[in-house]
Design a protein around this ligand. Structure first.
Ligand code: AMP
Ligand code: ZN
Length: 795
């Protein structure tokens, strides 16, 4: 035999090492790369232990085969040396001579080897005698002793070699991969995230120590049990249903999950459940990775710090002294934008473009994913974001409870709640309201022959400073018909609707007649005022760029009808009083639903005033939809939703585009933002909302008049509530004690400033904003003077 290996005798073990210089056809590298799932492993040269009491042709056959295969080969002559050698070297293959029981008990040796930990991954072969077919013995005793399989004696070097090669690519390779799993188990055992593995049938197969400590259970109490058996969560079966339907398709599930630990405490966790595909391409396991939402004090502190930092940032962005943390539109618009807000926006845009799941689920999933790679403070801040997304009325800022001015509190409570939250159970029914039919006689003036005083009062109707109260006086409280005729003519409404001026006039008459002249605020002058503001906004360049004529017509009609038959009481009042309307509309958007529904009833019940009668059906449906949408948008419980959606979908993308000014295709991009159907809806909603509550932005004299009128209407409601023993919705609006300046500052702070900031950033309204500023200063000055006059004079 060529001296290709160096022999070494040590405690009866002979080591035969293959030469690295071997360059025959069977040469192999000492180290082989093995791919195991996503892991790349390196397999060392295989080590073989031969246990043969005596050298013979069979042991030589294996020695030679080892050499040929490039494996290291040790030979042991006794069971003791074999065991010692194995414990020392952890051979991959052990071949034990099982033919001669007189030398040693091969099965006993195999059992002893199997009793050692490293034998877990060793392949042990028994060399057995060749037997006649008749005497073929069972392999069971061998298997029971721990042998992997048997080798029927055959000293042919090629037979030995083939056996070794089959082992190398069969059992040995499999065992080598299994050995690598130890590192994976170690990872699981040491992971700080709670991990649970279940079978396809939701049988718990594994939980790691972090899972045990989070849930307060011992491994043994969980492993082997069905998920539904363990009271980790009361709603587990519901959850499993959801989970099943969600991941049947092989997708991951990720979300927030409330589990109960052994003590019965609720634990809020971010959970990721991953199906693991296995045999026959089926899901064979589910791996759940859970991270408690607030896991320790340190994290809590970090979170508080991040929050504090965020708040500081917000406060420094704000320029109005009393504005609340509802929205910072300015910082997202062209005037105050920064690159990061745009970047944030573009990722938001990507989020919105996904359509598979509910958007909120996608948002939560994306935040969860972002948390994975984020530093602790960011991850904790995102936890807070998730909490808000899950639990809060998303668009309504929360009022600071204690130090909030009671005027603001009452206004917010009065305007932003409806029956579902304020119902008193008082079943008082408001008397059914008479609807005013089309008057038999309508003065037949036309635009060409309106009385000079009225014509004069409407002269500057294209300006913001137009005075609606002069028109109210000149028309003896019928401003809507006159202003309506003039404005609808300016926008070509009759020709769009294909109706006569006479029909339009009748319609305006009917609508105006159904406003309550007795209301101090919600009368037809308010409607005419909103119509004026609407027309003013429609003539702004950006708005014209965005809307089609059908949108303009819808906006003008919506403004005209938006408060028709308003009873001079708020939604809350109607719900508390159990009014017919509240019952009809289920305490939800009661007045706005009524205004829209009644407007169409009044219009379509009589051809004489039906301005839609000549419209093509589809166009009518589109127009009707747009009008209803705008009237419903005036409902104040949805105020922040509309404003925030506008800021996010219109202001932010426009700001981003303006920032990249001059880039190719910018005009097209702006046009795209402005004219998508969804964005046109948002623009129209914002337009009518701003028109509806634009009175704080009117010239000072008018602003004061409106403030007086709305306050009077609120006072009358409070009087009524007290008289009828109903809950007082806005107690500060008591005519004996109310501070109108304070109420106006509260209204502006809470509802107006942010909204007009966003609208101004879009439509460019410097004069409107100037009035708003002046008026606010006026109320502030008045409030301070009132306070001074109430203070006792210095001694
Ligand atoms: P609408 O009933 O459609 O006019 O909705 C606008 C809401 O804002 C109404 O509930 C008004 O009472 C309220 N509002 C309008 N202007 C003021 C103001 N200056 N002060 C307080 N509340 C106002
Ligand atoms: Zn209104």
């Amino acid at each position: 035999m060529r001296a290709m290996y160096k022999a070494m005798e040590r405690k009866g073990v002979k080591t035969l090492e293959n030469s690295q210089l071997h360059n025959g056809p069977f040469h192999k590298a000492a180290v082989t790369d093995v791919q195991f799932g996503p892991m790349r492993l390196q397999q060392d040269q295989l080590q073989v232990l031969l246990v043969f009491a005596k050298e013979d042709s069979q042991s030589n056959g294996f020695c030679w085969a080892c050499e040929k295969a490039g494996f290291t080969c040790n030979i042991a002559r006794t069971p003791e040396t074999a065991l010692e050698s194995f414990v020392d070297k952890h051979h991959d293959i052990i071949i034990i001579d099982h033919r001669h029981s007189r030398y040693f008990d091969a099965e006993a040796l195999c059992r002893s080897i199997r009793a050692t930990k490293p034998s877990e991954n060793a392949v042990i072969i028994a060399v057995v005698r060749r037997q006649s077919d008749r005497d073929e013995a069972s392999v069971m005793p061998l298997i029971a002793a721990g042998f992997t399989r048997r080798y029927v004696e055959n000293s042919n070097i090629m037979a030995c070699y083939n056996e070794l090669i089959q082992l190398e690519f069969g059992e040995v390779l499999a065992q080598f991969k299994l050995r690598a799993c130890n590192s994976l188990f170690t990872t699981l055992e040491r992971s700080q995230e709670a991990i649970e593995i279940t079978s396809e049938d939701h049988l718990i197969e594994y939980v790691n120590p972090a899972f045990e400590s989070t849930m307060g259970y011992q491994k043994d109490e969980l492993v082997g049990k069905e998920l539904t058996e363990v009271p980790v969560n009361e709603k587990k079966s519901d959850f499993l249903d959801t989970l099943n339907s969600c991941i049947k398709t092989g997708k991951e599930w990720e979300g927030i999950y409330y589990a109960k630990n052994k003590n019965g405490d609720n634990i809020q966790q971010n959970v990721k459940i991953i199906p693991v595909f296995g045999h026959r391409g089926k899901i064979r396991h589910y791996v759940s990775i859970c991270r408690p939402c607030n896991d320790n004090n340190k994290a809590e502190k970090q979170r508080e710090r991040v929050q504090a930092e965020c708040q500081t940032d917000l406060q420094t962005c704000r320029h109005k002294d009393r504005r609340k943390g509802s929205l910072d539109v300015r910082s997202t618009t062209s005037r105050g934008s920064d690159g990061s807000s745009q970047r944030r926006h573009s990722s938001m845009a990507r989020i919105h473009s996904m359509t598979i799941e509910a958007p909120i689920t996608k948002v939560i999933n994306i935040i969860n994913a972002a948390q994975e790679n984020s530093p602790m403070p960011v991850a904790e801040a995102l936890d807070r974001v998730l909490e808000i997304l899950r639990t809060t009325e998303l668009y309504s800022p929360q009022l600071g409870t204690k130090d909030e001015d009671p005027h603001t509190n009452d206004l917010v409570g009065g305007l932003m709640t409806d029956g579902s939250r304020r119902l008193s159970g008082n079943e008082y029914i408001l008397s059914a309201k008479q609807i005013h039919p089309v008057p038999g006689f309508i003065s037949t003036f036309s635009l060409t022959d309106i009385p000079p005083r009225i014509a004069q009062a409407m002269e500057n109707e294209e300006k913001w400073e137009f005075n609606i109260f002069e028109l109210e006086t000149a028309t003896h409280k019928r401003p809507l018909v006159y202003l309506g005729l003039k404005m609808f003519a300016r926008f070509g409404v009759c020709s769009f609707l294909n109706c006569s001026e006479a029909t339009l006039r009748s319609w305006l008459h009917v609508i105006e007649s159904n406003y309550h002249a007795g209301n101090s605020y919600h009368n037809s002058t308010h409607s005419a005022d909103v119509l004026h503001a609407t027309a003013y906004f429609l003539s702004k360049e950006r708005v014209k760029q965005s809307l089609d004529q059908i949108d303009e017509v819808a906006a003008l009609i919506a403004a005209t009808v938006h408060d028709v038959d308003h009873p001079g009481r708020t939604n809350s009042f109607l719900c508390n009083a159990g009014s017919e309307l509240a019952i009809l509309y289920n305490d939800t958007a009661v007045l706005e639903s009524h205004h829209a529904a009644l407007a169409f009833q009044l219009t379509t019940r009589d051809d004489k005033c039906n301005i839609f009668k000549n419209m093509e059906r589809n166009e009518y449906r589109t127009l009707r939809q747009a009008i209803i949408d705008m009237v419903l948008a005036t409902e104040m419980t949805k105020h922040f939703e509309h404003v925030n959606k506008f800021a996010n979908s219109i202001n932010k993308p426009l700001a981003a585009l303006e920032e990249s000014e001059g880039s190719i295709g910018e005009d097209d991009s702006v046009k795209n933002v402005l004219t998508t159907p969804e964005n046109r809806i948002l623009i129209k909603r914002m337009l009518i909302k701003c028109a509806d509550i634009s009175n704080p932005c009117r010239a000072l004299e008018q602003c004061i008049e409106w403030a007086g009128r709305i306050s009077e209407e609120y006072f009358a409601q409070t009087d009524d509530e007290k008289r009828q023993g109903l809950p007082v919705v806005m107690p500060v609006f008591d005519r004996n004690t109310c501070s109108i300046p304070k109420s106006q500052m509260g209204f502006v702070d809470y509802f107006i400033t942010d909204m007009f900031d966003a609208w101004d950033a879009f439509a460019d309204l410097p004069n409107v904003m100037q009035h708003l500023d002046n008026n606010f200063k006026y109320w502030k000055g008045l409030d301070e003077r009132q306070l001074r006059s109430l203070r006792p004079p210095p001694e």
